[in-house]
Write a protein that binds this ligand. Sequence first.
Ligand code: SF4
Ligand code: SF4
Length: 186
Amino acid sequence: MKQENECLTCGKCCNYVTVALDEPSDYDDWNQLFWYLHHEKVFVYIDHDGDWFVEFKTKCEQTMSDGRCAVYSERPEVCRDHEADDCENNNCESPYLELFANVDELKEYMQKKEIDLEKLKEKSYAQAEQEKKNEETESEIDQEEKEFEVEPEEELDEEQGEEQDEYEDCEPTICIQGLREETSKV
Ligand code: SF4
Ligand code: SF4
């Protein structure tokens, strides 16, 4: 029979942190999991709902020597949501559907699921290469558009400059001619 204060003395649920993950689908996702698993006391697991988590085995600093919580009345919501009836200590069923303690274990799972890491890697590199080409093409198009925008302005400036030069060249001639005409009348 379950004791009344069982939840206050065990403290097992205060010895780790879990963070939900998206189910891995591409090379980068799996690679990220490898990175987690290369670390000490870091695990990846799938729960019974098929959800993925990373678990860090690290003791909460608020756990007292007798296993009780030092900030019980102000404990975070995630601690309040953890029901003793469903916890790993009272439940005969393990919370893990699959648990990976290292990269080899994860690779073994991938093999079982026929997930080909090399193919995912090739696909990822091909996508990256394609994205790079697309960016280069976009950049070239942008450059051409910029040149196209600048050219007419330059031409216009040149034309205006030429007109101005012509006007400046002509103006004294007209004036002198006009002066001659005026003079000849007199
Ligand atoms: S919730 Fe479970 S694991 Fe956490 S202290 Fe209570 S009995 Fe222990
Ligand atoms: S705050 Fe308290 S209940 Fe929450 S993990 Fe830490 S010791 Fe446990």
